[in-house]
Design a protein around this ligand. Structure first.
Ligand SMILES: *[C@@H]1O[C@H](CO)[C@@H](O)[C@H](O)[C@H]1NC(C)=O
Ligand SMILES: *[C@@H]1O[C@H](CO)[C@@H](O)[C@H](O)[C@H]1NC(C)=O
Length: 271
C-alpha cells in the first residue's frame, strides 16, 4: 500500500449548518438543501492516518467518470448532495472521489471503484444514520440547544463507539452550531472509536457520565442544531470609509405539488 492509513471516517453533515457556513464564506455563495432540509446527509468517506491529515489525492492519473454513478445518481442527489449551489451537482462527488476515494481504493477491495465507494456511503447512511441515532435516544431535535455530553451520550448509546462531533463556530453570533458527525471504521469495515483525528481531540466533559468526548466543540457552551438556515448580517470593512453589509435571505415558498427555493442577494451600502 503506497499511502498507508488507519481509519475510514464516514462523515455525515447537517446540511443546514453546511449551507450557513457556505453562504458566510463568500459573497454570492448560494446554497441548496435537501427536501426535507432536516436530514443528515453524507459528506464523504475519508481514509485517515492517525494524527495526520490524509492521505489524499492518491492517484494522480485518476479521473472522475460521472457515468459510473448513473444507477445511483438519484439517491446521491438526495443523500450525498452538494450544498454549494454555485457549482455543478457532481462537483462534490468528483472532489470526494479524487481526494479520498482514490486512497481508499488502493487498500480496500470494497471501495476500489467509484461506484463501490459511493454505494458504500449510501449503505452506511442506511445502517448508521445520525437521524436514527438522535431519534432513538429520546428525541434530539433541530431547533434546540444541547450540551456536548448529551449529544455524545445519544450517539454512544446508539453506535457503541466514540464518534467525533464537529461544531461550526459562528463568530458573528458567538454560537456553536452542530455541523458534522464522524463515525469511524477500521480497514475491515468494522466500527471503531474515532481517536486520532487531527483537530478532534478528546475533550473532558465535567459533571457528566462520560469522561471525554472526541470533538472540536466547546464543552462548556451549548450546541445549537438549527432547524433552518439562520439569516445573518455580515459586516465587511473594505476600506475605512465604506462599510458594506451583506444580507442574504432565503425565502422558501411552497405550493401544492411544487416546491421552489428563492435566493435573494441584497447588498446595502451603509455609509
Ligand atoms: C489510477 O487511476 C487509473 C485511471 O482510472 C487506473 O487505471 C489505475 O489503475 C489507478 N491506479 C491505482 C494504483 O489504483
Ligand atoms: C441556544 O444557546 C444560545 C447561547 O447560549 C442562546 O443565545 C440561544 O438563544 C439558545 N437557543 C435556543 C433555541 O435555546
Amino acid at each position: 500500500q503506497q499511502h498507508p492509513f488507519d481509519l475510514l471516517i464516514f462523515t455525515q453533515r447537517w446540511p443546514i449548518t453546511a449551507c450557513y457556513e457556505w453562504r458566510k464564506t463568500g459573497k454570492g455563495h448560494i446554497c441548496g438543501l435537501p427536501t426535507p432540509a432536516t436530514i443528515w446527509t453524507i459528506h464523504g468517506i475519508w481514509p485517515t492516518k492517525w494524527n495526520t491529515i490524509g492521505p489524499a489525492f492518491c492517484n494522480k492519473s485518476a479521473i472522475f467518470d460521472p457515468s459510473q454513478l448513473t444507477p445511483i445518481e438519484q439517491q446521491l442527489k438526495e443523500h450525498w448532495l452538494n450544498v454549494e449551489k454555485n457549482k455543478p451537482d457532481d462537483s462534490l462527488w468528483e472532489h470526494e472521489w479524487l481526494k479520498h476515494g482514490t486512497c481508499a481504493a488502493e487498500a480496500i477491495e470494497q471501495l476500489n471503484t467509484e461506484s463501490k465507494y459511493f454505494q458504500q456511503g449510501l449503505t452506511w447512511l442506511e445502517q448508521h444514520s445520525v437521524d436514527v441515532a438522535f431519534a432513538s435516544s429520546g428525541g434530539i431535535q433541530p431547533g434546540y440547544n444541547y450540551s456536548l455530553a448529551t449529544l455524545n451520550k445519544a450517539l454512544f448509546d446508539y453506535y457503541g463507539k466514540d464518534v467525533a462531533i464537529e461544531c461550526f463556530y459562528d463568530h458573528e453570533t458567538r454560537q456553536q452550531l452542530l455541523n458534522e458527525i464522524r463515525i469511524c471504521f477500521d480497514k475491515q469495515l468494522q466500527s471503531a472509536d474515532c481517536d486520532g483525528i487531527v483537530g478532534m481531540e478528546r475533550t473532558v466533559v465535567p459533571d457528566s457520565r462520560v469522561s471525554t468526548v472526541i470533538s472540536n466543540c466547546n464543552a462548556a457552551k451549548p450546541i445549537f442544531i438549527p432547524a433552518s438556515v439562520p439569516n445573518y448580517v455580515q459586516p465587511k470593512v473594505r476600506d475605512p470609509e465604506t462599510v458594506y453589509e451583506t444580507i442574504y435571505e432565503i425565502t422558501k415558498e411552497q405550493e401544492i405539488g411544487q416546491q421552489q427555493t428563492y435566493e435573494e442577494f441584497v447588498e446595502v451600502i451603509l455609509v
